[in-house]
Write a protein that binds this ligand. Structure first.
Ligand code: 5RP
Length: 295
């Protein structure tokens, strides 16, 4: 036995120190292994960025334009996304369980477009999120909204319970109908969410000083697309957001309400993962659109 051990001694490579890599996402190095692994299923570790496809809008506004039949409009897009953001109802009823895409599960709700939007609670418990193999839990936070405190506490509860099981929290800085969207507001909202424990944050792009929003937020930021705008404008917005420090997009309407959603999501990918300019990405959109039928 002693003889065999001597022969194998060189396999210990004692002169090579074991590597201690830093985790690739900003502010996430001190998280636990499971939490990092889930984040690495949402963000691509080669680029440090993500293209999340958001189609959770029905949770407060019903069958939004483009989401009337998610089986027909969204399923063909999923292969182009790094991650999908949706409700448990749509996950169970429409998304094939064979998907390997990471799931960001919408877990706040309780209000509708007919009433005060900020009056939300947590509507999914942690066991259900685990059962559904969620990689992150998404919660709306209405800073300055009528139910500001309640939505902040929804988020902190989620951070606590998610941390217990290694599931990150995505805070969505929601703007009510009347709130002003500028860098000052989003600096405030994003920073509050990060200080209180959110692991990554979804916010809106603003033309002026967006880099101050990303710089002053210690965790990754992804941008929502917002209302549908022309494809070239949406690609410009995504490009600027990325160049100004966003770690990706969590885009819905500007993809699924496009005339050519499959072409659009591929163009968005080019901007996010290949730093493609809006002009080149738009040319790609047009080229791909030319081969497809209108949605
Ligand atoms: C609702 C959400 C939506 O997922 C999000 O706004 C969708 O993205 P888009 O604005 O690009 O349609 O978080 O508050």
């Amino acid at each position: 036995m002693a003889e065999i051990d001597e022969k194998r001694a060189n396999l210990f490579y004692s002169e090579i120190p074991q590597q201690a890599d830093l985790f690739f996402l900003k502010g996430c190095n001190s998280l636990d292994w499971g939490m990092k692994n889930r984040l690495a299923r949402i963000f691509n570790s080669s680029t440090g960025r993500t293209v999340m496809l958001a189609f959770d809008h029905g949770y407060f506004q019903g069958p939004t334009s483009g989401l009337e039949r998610i089986d027909l409009s969204i399923l063909p897009l999923i292969s182009y996304a790094d991650s999908i953001m949706l409700t448990r109802g749509i996950l169970r009823t429409i998304i094939p369980a064979s998907t390997t895409k990471s799931v960001v599960l919408r877990v706040s709700g309780g209000s509708s477009i007919l009433k005060e939007l900020s009056n939300e609670g947590l509507v999914v418990d942690i066991e259900e999120a685990i059962r559904l193999n969620a990689c992150a839990l998404a919660v709306q936070v209405f800073i300055g909204g009528e139910y500001e405190k309640e939505t902040v506490l929804n988020m902190t509860k989620l951070v606590d319970v998610g941390t217990r099981y290694g599931i990150p929290t995505l805070a969505v800085t929601a703007v009510g109908r009347e709130m002003q969207r500028d860098a000052r507001y989003f600096r405030l909202a994003c920073r509050i969410c990060a200080e209180l424990g959110a692991h990554f944050i979804k916010t809106y792009y603003v033309e002026e000083d967006f880099e101050t929003v990303t710089a002053s937020c210690p965790v990754p930021i992804v941008i929502a697309g917002g209302k549908k705008i022309p494809e070239f404008e949406a690609l410009k917005m995504a490009y600027r957001a990325i160049q100004e420090g966003a770690a990706g997009v969590d885009m819905g309407r500007n993809i699924f309400q496009s005339n050519y959603p499959e072409a659009m999501i591929q163009a968005v990918r080019a901007v996010v993962h290949q730093n493609e300019t809006p002009e080149k990405a738009y040319a790609l959109y047009q080229e791909l659109a030319a081969t497809r039928t209108k949605a």
